[in-house]
Ligand binder design. Sequence first.
Ligand code: GLV
Length: 332
Amino acid sequence: MSGVQQTPPRPRILVARAVFPEVLAHLAQHFELESNEDDAVWSGPELAQRLADKDGALTTATERIDAALLAACPRLRIVANMAVGFNNFDLPALDAAGVWATNTPDVLTETTADFGFALLMATARRVTEAEHYLRAGHWKKWHYAQFAGAEVHGSRLGIIGMGRIGQGIARRAAHGFGMDVLYHNRSRLAPELEAACGARYATKEELLQSADHVVLVLPYTAESHHCIGAPELALMKPTATLVNIARGGIVDDAALAAALREGRIAAAGLDVFEGEPQVHPGLLAARNVVLTPHIASATVPTRRAMARLAADNLIAFFAGRGPLTPVNAPRS
Ligand code: GLV
C-alpha cells in the first residue's frame, strides 16, 4: 500500500461579478476560482452554464438564483450574496435544493444610513436641481426664492422598514437633526430600542399622512411590491418628499413619476428602480427628483467589507464551520 496521501480537490467557486483583487486573492487561497474580471452581466442561462460545475458562488444583487438555475447546478451547495438584500434569491427553491444562502448584514448599516440621509438632504434642499441649473449657465442673480426647498431639521420623518438601517437613519434624524421620527414596520421595536432611536410607531396611513419626509428601507418581498403606489402617494402631503434606498419594485415608479409631474408630492430621491439599470422615462424627465445608481452602500471600506464577508461565508462553510451570516437553513 502506498503511503502517498491524495489531497482532496478544492471546491470550485464562481465569482459572478468583478470584485476587489485582494478578495479574489483571498478566495484563491482556498478554492479553484472562475472569476468575471470583465464584469459581464450574464443572462440566467449564461450564469447557469458557468455554475453547472461549481460548488459555491459569490453573487451580487443582480444575479437571480431560482429553481430553473438550481436544477442545472447539481453540485451547488452555497451562494454568498455581496448585499444585505437577498430578493434575488428564491429561498424556497434554495431550501428545496439543499443550498445555503448568505448575505452581508451589519457591515453596511451605518454607511447606508449615511446615504439615506444624504439623499434626503439632497432631495429636500434641491441640491442636484440647483447644480444642474448652475452648470447649464442659468445662474445670473440671487433670488429670494431660488431653489427654496423643504426644511429637514425639526421636521417630521417617517421611516418605513425599521431594521438596522432604518434604526440608523432614525438615530441620525432624532439626535442629529432634532426631527420628530415616526416608523412603520411589520413588528414594533422593543420600547428601549424605540427610545434609543428616538422614534415612535405609527400605522402606515398615519405616517404617510403626517410625515414631511418618507424614507423607505424595507426588504423587497411579494408583500412589499408596490407598497407605495398611487393610493399611498395620494395620502402624502403635497409638500412631502419620498426617498427610496431599499429596492426597486417597492415603489410603483410610473405612479411616482405621475405624482411628481402633477405636483402631488414635492420631490423624490431614488437610489433604486423597477427594472434597474433602466429608469422610468417619467422619472428621468422630472425636475424634482434626485437619481443615483444604487450606491447607498458604496464607500470603499464598506464595499470591501461586504466582499470580504461574502468570501468569508464561503471559506467558513467549506471549512466545515457553517456559514457566518446565513439567510436560510436548508436540510442537507
Ligand atoms: C444593496 O442594495 C444591498 O442590499 O446590500
